[in-house]
Design a binder for this molecule. Structure first.
Ligand SMILES: Nc1ncnc2c1ncn2[C@@H]1O[C@H](COP(=O)(O)OP(=O)(O)O)[C@@H](O)[C@H]1O
Ligand SMILES: [Mg+2]
Length: 267
């Protein structure tokens, strides 16, 4: 094993929410890491704490226990930027001004903001739409803006919470290819939450499987399917075997989440 420090280190992190007089344990002593430049996927049933994990990595909410470390290489760069399922674009700002929003808030000068926006819009294929407004864009294009906006901040780690889940299947496939291309170009460390095992197998270097609530790390799988990786990987025997292996485990957790809906909750 390499001795260098991982880019992202989550050590024994627990998160408990208090709501309506009840404690809900969302994450229970989660430990995981991501190497610099790694594409780490997190899968697990609904309610297993995937979004909570990303929010903890982003520094909101404070975990109830444990520590989170993100190794910063570039002074001044934000540690993380998040891409959500809903793009949450500002409707009154143009595509370009949505992309520069975070930079503006950090006091980055106009010339640099505009250069950065141009670069990121080119990266996501939206150069011609810089002056459009969000309502003029398709769902896939809005999600590209969300990705460009996160990347414009040049974070140490990119956090993605089911970013393609709301897209139709064809658009999602195109966006998966685009994400792989962007990731290969920028070499960013990515922590990517998805409920789709197929997506995790297409994108990820490793897959962390969370249990039904309270979320714990069930297994971590290495995705040894080579790079560059495209849709054709689905035809390989190694893909089929890994899919079957992880699914048999994930399936158990999904069933458990469905039947023990109150697991981890106590008065
Ligand atoms: N702000 C909150 N207050 C109370 N409970 C919460 C809050 N956020 C998440 N939870 C609960 O924590 C658990 C994990 O939620 P979440 O991280 O959204 O799961 P996932 O993203 O895997 O579906 C769920 O039971 C959810 O209801
Ligand atoms: Mg979620």
């Amino acid at each position: 094993m390499p001795t260098r420090a991982p880019k992202v280190l989550v050590n024994e992190v627990s998160v408990t929410f208090e709501s309506h007089g009840r404690s809900v344990v969302a994450l229970d002593r989660i430990s995981l890491h991501a190497h610099a430049g790694e594409f780490l996927c997190v899968v697990g049933p609904s309610g297993s704490g995937k979004s909570t994990l990303l929010r903890v990595l982003a520094g909101l909410p404070r975990q109830s226990a444990g520590d989170v470390r993100i190794e910063a290489d570039r002074p001044g760069a934000p540690l993380t930027a998040m891409v959500f399922q809903e793009h949450a674009l500002l409707p009154w700002r143009t595509v370009r001004d949505n992309v520069t929003f975070g930079l503006e808030n950090r006091g980055v000068g106009r010339a640099e903001r505009e250069a950065r926006a141009r670069e990121m819009l080119a990266m996501v294929g939206l150069t011609r739409f810089a002056q459009h407004y969000p309502h003029q864009l398709s769902g896939g294009m809005k999600q590209r803006v969300g990705i460009a906006r996160a990347l414009a901040n040049d974070p140490e780690v990119l956090l993605m919470d089911e970013p393609l889940a709301a897209l139709d299947a064809q658009t999602r496939t195109i966006m998966q290819e685009e994400l792989l291309r962007i990731w290969a170009t920028l070499g960013k460390t990515v922590v990517y939450v998805t409920h789709s095992l197929e997506e995790a197998l297409l994108l990820g270097d490793r897959i962390v499987l969370l249990t039904a609530r309270p979320g714990r790390v069930s297994q971590v799988y290495a995705v040894d399917l080579g790079r560059p990786r495209g849709l054709e990987v689905r035809g390989s025997p190694a893909y089929g075997a890994l899919l079957e292996k992880i699914w048999s485990q994930l399936r158990e957790e999904v069933v458990r989440a469905m039947t023990e809906d109150r697991g981890g909750e106590h008065a």
